[in-house]
Design a protein around this ligand. Sequence first.
Ligand code: LMR
Length: 328
Amino acid sequence: TSAAVAAVLAVSAPGIAAAACDDGEIVIKFAHVTNTDKHPKGIAASLLESRVNEEMNGKACMEVFPNSTLYNDDQVLEAMLQGDVQLAAPSLSKFEKFTKQFRIFDLPFMFKDINAVDAFQNSDTGQAMKESMVKRGLLGLAFWHNGMKQMSANKPLILPTDADGLKFRVQASDVLKAQMAAIGGSPQPMAFSEVYGALQTGVVDGQENTWSNIYGQKFFEVQDGITETNHGIIDYLLVTSSEWIDGLPEDVRTQLLTIIDEVTEARNSESTKVNEEAKQAIIDAGGVVRTLDDEQRAAWVEAMKPVWDQFEGDVGAENIAAAQQFNS
Ligand code: LMR
């Protein structure tokens, strides 16, 4: 299938406009918050859009709204339940109101790399998580990868004590709030689209995110530097309304789900590369990247890991143990 994937990538090249929706086509609106071409999620969404519009022409039509142009992540799930948008891929940190199961993905130093995340998601435990919100009207279709989080601030962060007293933007997740409190920081939940301005004006001092997000949103321009901590992950759930997908004609649903599976496989295997390119692009643009030696990194682990105990009841000791197996 790699030749097929290459052919699809060729037709999804920037500059080729998406087909406009025709009468009678099922319209699938997909809202997300990142850019379209230098980000694991944005690239995957664009590929999905071009494949659906090519292969399902006459039956369905996808319109992607990137860069928070339609909804922020804190609005999109409610809009989905209202039927105003059919697909979204919020980070797993953004399902707080719907399930506590995803808290495992926010626990610091839970997964050593995205391969461990992938293995956990593909286990029976992980796959069952996609259906954990059906009672609330949401069905997970696939996990999409971004990558490992890094820390940045308006001063160098070498040891966790450097974070003491700083305000950090976090996604609206109790685990992430606890993580920042554990290093003496003050967590400030905020929408992704507001972070650049908040860093620039000093409303917050720092933030945590993946290379592709730090590059895509230009956070490095308004921070002293980025410390390569790899302390956590950002991953996504491609999610839809269970009522909407159940109501699709069976052939349309089957074809859509097949394309989603193929796009997921093709793009998840490239997510690390996209983040490495973003890291290099930050360095090329003059951004400062700091690495930690083993002793320094151990200090971050020691400071943050006690957060696990606070959330063990929510995520289950057995799930933590299962996740840890994939790190070896
Ligand atoms: C964030 O809010 O920092 C991320 O969830 C944004 C994203 O979608 O990667």
